[in-house]
Design a protein around this ligand. Structure first.
Ligand SMILES: NC(=O)c1ccc[n+]([C@@H]2O[C@H](COP(=O)([O-])OP(=O)(O)OC[C@H]3O[C@@H](n4cnc5c(N)ncnc54)[C@H](OP(=O)(O)O)[C@@H]3O)[C@@H](O)[C@H]2O)c1
Length: 220
């Protein structure tokens, strides 16, 4: 497949590398076509790893993965514009986290809003699916790093797109479809984004590394 990775951070690097290794044609998008990090990412991967502007990367792709700094994701997507995203699945991996003066992380908006919803509202003809945002990028691409069953959350307004994304997450990264919980429409992104303060506390204050995940256990 032709896949756009919008974002040159550790998430873009991890997802992009795995997708190229699987044989996909991946373009890493950035504010500038020859972004230093993107060029460094593409170099060892060969001809199926390319770099471009956010807009050109999305235009080239069949499916788009948005993994930019969450407080700037809307800016990045406005640089793309509506046309290159029309009718396509966009997997939104980002969280709208911002750093406070004391170094702590807070959500820039939450509760009655979410980044997933903002993207869907701004791009009504794009099939926005929120997924992967509640796990570290090394777990995204290799869930077996965490032993046993554990869950991923997915939401979005387009049921067929969600099914397709569940299939990709299984094929690309090895997520068991039974462990992917469909939370419903895109407003559920409020909840998955609001899991981040808990995730950060577990990471920094309890577990001390990012290789963990949530497991939902059902009673009768
Ligand atoms: N790290 C993880 O394991 C993890 C796990 C789950 C979710 N997430 C979420 O995934 C997203 C990506 O995280 P990351 O650490 O890989 O990268 P990041 O450092 O949060 O974001 C880097 C990207 O944001 C873009 N960006 C920054 N400021 C911008 C602006 N003013 N306008 C447009 N674009 C701008 C950068 O563009 P340029 O390329 O042009 O510099 C770059 O592509 C975040 O939202 C994060 O919360 C991360």
């Amino acid at each position: 497949m032709k896949i756009a990775i919008l974002g040159t951070g550790m998430v873009g690097d991890a997802l992009g590398t795995r997708l190229v290794q699987l044989g996909h044609e991946v373009t890493m998008g950035s504010r500038t076509a020859a972004n230093e990090k993107a060029v460094r990412w593409a170099k060892p991967l060969g001809q199926t790893a390319r770099t471009a502007t956010f807009r050109d990367a999305a235009a080239f792709a069949e499916i788009v993965i948005s993994c930019t700094s969450g407080t700037h994701s809307m800016e990045a997507l406005q640089m793309v514009g509506a046309e290159p995203l029309r009718g396509k699945i966009l997997i939104d991996v980002s969280n709208p986290l911002q750093q406070e003066k004391d170094g702590g992380m807070i959500l820039a908006f939450c509760n009655t809003d979410s980044l997933g919803e903002q993207i869907q509202k701004a791009f009504p003809w794009t099939r926005v699916i929120k997924a992967l945002n509640t796990v570290n990028c090394e777990i995204m691409i290799e869930p077996s790093r965490v032993p046993g069953d554990h869950n991923l959350f997915i939401c979005g307004n387009d049921a067929a797109a969600k099914k397709e994304v569940i299939k990709y997450l299984a094929q690309w990264f090895g997520w068991k479809p039974d462990n992917i919980i469909d939370l419903g429409d895109i407003t559920a992104a409020r909840g998955t984004e609001m899991m981040m303060p808990l995730w950060m506390r577990l990471f920094q204050g309890v577990i001390g590394h990012p290789h963990f995940n949530y497991h939902i256990v059902r009673g009768n």
